[in-house]
Unconditional design. Sequence first.
Length: 231
Amino acid sequence: MEAPSSVTTLLKSPEPISKISLAESVYQRILEAILSGSLASGRELSEVALAAELGVSRTPVHEALLRLAADGLVEDLVSRQARVARFTRQDVIEIYGMRRILEPAAAERAASRLDDEQLAELRSAAESLLAGAGKRDWANRAIEFDLRFHQALAAATGNGRLHAEIGKYRRLVRAFCRATGARENLQAALREHLAILDALAARDDAAARQAMVAHIDARLQCVLERMNAEE
């Protein structure tokens, strides 16, 4: 078992854990550490160590790990220590399969619900990023736009449960897709986003659905190619 000091700096933040909604604050802090890679795939998670690092009792940490296990980001080993989930090739295929069910439906609904101002803002941001691919910190801004883009479409559905499920699988994707953030992959994703936006602007729900399917299929292929290269 790791000593409490072993996670020092992984969850560091200049701001203390909020006493309001403590369990939520702990969940968000550990979630971000997993998504950023500070807590890497396969890393064992000691409730004692995490509680000491965050300056809280074990109870909110335990609750946070249960939520992360429900999200699929933590493996809760009954007879052993919990650990950050490892994703196999089959896991990746299944996760993208769920995205393929959920997000095309969201794009279809968004075609009649996303307003002109939101569409214009998303298009302007995507085109600006494509034109400025050589700028400093471009990859981080492109990733931020990707999050914003998919969030906007999910929110536009008006269906809270669909929105939440899309968020769940997007978090899983973020947990294993850091390695696919190469410039050419991000540029390809931006072009795919623009194709989706074209369909949305035309209020063509069938075309929006198909453009989202093509986008998800392309991103899955990118991840699988990366995994093949690392084997």
